[in-house]
Design a protein around this ligand. Sequence first.
Ligand code: HEC
Ligand code: HEC
Ligand code: HEC
Ligand code: HEC
Length: 157
Amino acid sequence: MNAVGNTKFWTWLLAVATGTLLISGVVFAIDVPKDKQEIKIEHLKGKKGAVTFPHHKHATEFKNAKGEPLTCKTCHHTEKAEPKSAKEVKGCPECHMQEGQPQKEFNGKKAPYMATKSGDDWDKKSVIFHKVCLDCHKKLATAEKPIDKCKNCHGGK
Ligand code: HEC
Ligand code: HEC
Ligand code: HEC
Ligand code: HEC
């Protein structure tokens, strides 16, 4: 092999190595913790009932309205886009308190309550989960997959 061939070989090898790193970077992007693949969300204990949330599928499979994969930050809005470890990601109730509790602050701003009451029932517009979950679901709902409908998340009720 002459010197030119050699340079080409090393350039090629470097390209392959870089490519492998990039691909493994994608393959090994962090996932949700093993014991949080599916989460039962039931903080409000209202009439609509608990929501079974496919957490792992959202983090690894589902796409947003632009066709891009979701990042942890899509929902965990106070985290970095790619947290180093899944365990360091905080749950929503660490900051979003139940109505009447002292409100937590982050970056000098008060975190709104998880939801507020309107009369005896929860005001559905105030549910912070709706602002994250339902906003996206409304954009992506189709006739075949009406994921914006109440029963998609709240079951038959
Ligand atoms: C994309 C998922 C999703 C959809 C669709 C959705 N919700 Fe919810 N909703 C939630 C989550 C998550 C909670 C929080 C549950 C908890 O913490 O107990 C919630 C809570 C609520 C609550 C307060 C808690 C309770 O049990 O009363 C009401 C009321 C409510 N939703 C009404 C509705 C109505 C009405 C619709 C349809 C117009 C709807 N939701 C559609 C996810 C959804
Ligand atoms: C589509 C929204 C969404 C995406 C995307 C998402 N999560 Fe979550 N995650 C949630 C919700 C909602 C909860 C439950 C919060 C609750 O009930 O308090 C949760 C809970 C968690 C918890 C448990 C926190 C605790 O202390 O209870 C961890 C850890 C976590 N997520 C890590 C991640 C990581 C890491 C990623 C990215 C790989 C990710 N999540 C992507 C919405 C999401
Ligand atoms: C470290 C604290 C912290 C954590 C953890 C956190 N939030 Fe928040 N959140 C805040 C603060 C502070 C605000 C108010 C920001 C502002 O006013 O600009 C906020 C605002 C919001 C809003 C906008 C509310 C509105 O009325 O416009 C939504 C929706 C929301 N959070 C949902 C969530 C969800 C869902 C989770 C869990 C996946 C979560 N947050 C976790 C601190 C937090
Ligand atoms: C950025 C977009 C986005 C956000 C945010 C989001 N979802 Fe989804 N969700 C999707 C997509 C996309 C699907 C899958 C539709 C399909 O089957 O192709 C889905 C499906 C679901 C399903 C049905 C799963 C199944 O396999 O039938 C449930 C339940 C659900 N989401 C609950 C939630 C809850 C609760 C939240 C908030 C904590 C949430 N989603 C936040 C995009 C989103």
